[in-house]
Design a protein around this ligand. Structure first.
Ligand code: FEO
Length: 386
């Protein structure tokens, strides 16, 4: 059992056999559903876990309780990866009160029609406090980080912030991997749309004396907190983390792929700080989304298809639209064997995004990149580096 302080125990579980998180994200190293127990005069459980791992969670909870009974279950977030075991908890500990935001209390019956919550909830609002004895929990609303009912919880005595999905990452606790890579992929794909709301939460957090961040996924953060908070600040402002050019291509028969790789070669030869290339048909879409946000310049290269753009590129640009992609320079390369039309569609999708500048020239190749196409790719590279 991981001990956070003498009174706060980790009682979460790793999930290493889930095929896709939220039915869409690959998780090569699994994911953790974090839950915590605060043992004081009163006993509080901080969030439950996905029902997939309910039995393991109850075993951990029961061991950490050591014969005591929970007085409260604090539900910071109603998404089923955390609140999935609330009904089972209520059945096991009927005397415990559920502490949650008004929106979360409204959502409880949506998920658990069979449970009567009428006498078992305590609704809390911004700044409300709940004394456990030595520990007093203070609640701060964090709407849209990542659902509207989300709140975070500060324990002043322990200087711990329970941050809900904030500062979470993919990867089970048992995985030995650096934080930023999977935290970034998690952030942009799950909270990316809500930069303004994350900024609002960071401003609240800045007023608190925090020595430890306990998120609902991934490791407990105890050291170098400025590093993690700094990255969250960069990401939620949609600022550039890494100077460089990300080339995302969608190629049917390899012609567009060859042009994309040639452009990468030209950019590297011209001294680009960093160039990375992704095949949108085969590489992880969530990682492509992450890389687009991470770098300051993007090139989209795609084949024309059925009077529009090849679907993997359409999917990618749709992801960028819904995640509020913004403040970047974007180059366009299209391919078409008889009626090139991919650039028109890509441009129209990019033009819906805030402060996205299309870098000219837009390059059109016909079926296969030829020697005659190189000057246009060189010109695009110069414009991207200019
Ligand atoms: Fe980890 Fe938004 O749930």
């Amino acid at each position: 059992m991981i001990t956070i302080t003498d009174d706060i125990k980790y009682i979460g579980v790793d999930d290493t056999d889930l095929d896709l998180f939220e039915s869409q994200y690959i998780i090569p190293n699994g994911v953790s559903y974090n839950s915590y127990l605060i043992l004081d005069d009163k006993v509080a459980v901080m969030d439950s876990v996905d029902s997939r791992k309910q039995e393991e969670w109850f075993a951990s909870l029961s061991a950490a309780l050591d014969g005591r009974t929970p007085d409260y279950l604090v539900v910071q977030h109603m998404e089923p990866d955390h609140a999935g075991s609330v009904a089972a908890f209520v059945a096991r500990y009927p005397e415990a009160k559920i502490v949650a935001s008004t929106r979360a209390v409204q959502m409880l019956p949506q998920f658990f029609e069979e449970v009567d919550f009428s006498n078992s909830t305590i609704e809390v609002k911004e700044g409300d406090k709940l004394s456990l004895g030595k520990h007093t929990l203070q609640f701060f609303m964090a709407p849209m980080v990542h659902w509207p009912e989300v709140m975070v919880t500060y324990d002043e005595q322990a200087k711990v912030l329970f941050s809900a999905d904030g500062f979470g990452k993919f990867g089970a606790l048992s995985a030995d991997e650096e934080w930023a890579c999977e935290a970034r992929r998690y952030y942009f794909n799950i909270c990316g749309k809500y930069g303004a709301q994350v900024q609002a939460l960071l401003k609240k957090a800045a007023t608190l004396d925090i020595e430890c961040i306990c998120p609902l996924h991934g490791p407990i953060l105890k050291e170098n907190l400025g590093y993690y908070i700094g990255l969250y600040d960069t990401w939620s402002r949609y600022d550039v983390e890494t100077e460089g050019i990300f080339i995302a291509y969608a190629s049917i028969h390899g012609g567009t792929a060859a042009a994309a790789h040639k452009l990468a070669e030209i950019l590297r030869a011209k001294g680009a700080p960093k160039v990375s290339v992704a095949d949108l048909s085969r590489d992880d879409m969530a990682e492509a989304v992450e890389d687009a946000f991470r770098m300051d310049r993007l090139v989209v290269a795609a084949a024309s298809y059925d009077g529009g753009v090849f679907p993997p590129m359409h999917d990618f640009l749709h992801h960028l639209q819904i995640k509020s992609y913004q403040k970047r320079k974007v180059g366009i390369v299209e391919n078409g064997s008889w009626a090139p039309c991919a650039a028109r569609v890509m441009r129209s999708m990019l033009e819906t995004m805030k402060d996205v500048e299309i870098v000219e020239p837009v390059v059109t190749i016909r079926s296969r990149m030829k020697q005659a196409d190189i000057p246009a790719l060189e010109a695009l590279a110069d414009a991207l580096l200019g």
